[in-house]
Design a protein around this ligand. Sequence first.
Ligand code: HEC
Length: 144
Amino acid sequence: MKKLALVCVAIAVIAGAWFLFQPKGQSLSAAQTSPLADGAMVAVVVPAQFTEQEQMGERAYEAKCAACHGANGQGQDGVAPPFVHRIYEPNHHGDMAFVLATQNGVRAHHWSFGDMPAVEGVTVSDVSNIVAYVRALQRENGIN
Ligand code: HEC
């Protein structure tokens, strides 16, 4: 019984020490990962300013794309990929890819989210604003 008590005390001490050290480590990693709240897949730095076209794109994006692709192009775990990602840099997915994706939908190929359905009620000029917005986000995060 004594041995058991000793083991219990030892465990308590170790757990206590772990507990004391943990909060520091946690707050640090929380600070690093907090931009990843809400199922975001990447941390996105949002530009301080957007042009008028980019702002129109932002509004259209939020209305039509963000439900899947997440706020600020950050992606959404289990739903749709982030646009602030090398895969979608301009020379891999040019502006036309956004028009086609919106008009025709996308068959799943880069990820395992499943297909993207065509998006209703988005004009070509909406998409070009969305692309301007997405490119601004990409540039701010070093994806050119
Ligand atoms: C219902 C969810 C959903 C919505 C809404 C949505 N997407 Fe997607 N989108 C996806 C998924 C899932 C993929 C990933 C397909 C894959 O595996 O490559 C994707 C991929 C894309 C791609 C990559 C196409 C390619 O050629 O690889 C583009 C561009 C795109 N979406 C643009 C948009 C735009 C612009 C909007 C808003 C107008 C939008 N999406 C709205 C789910 C969505």
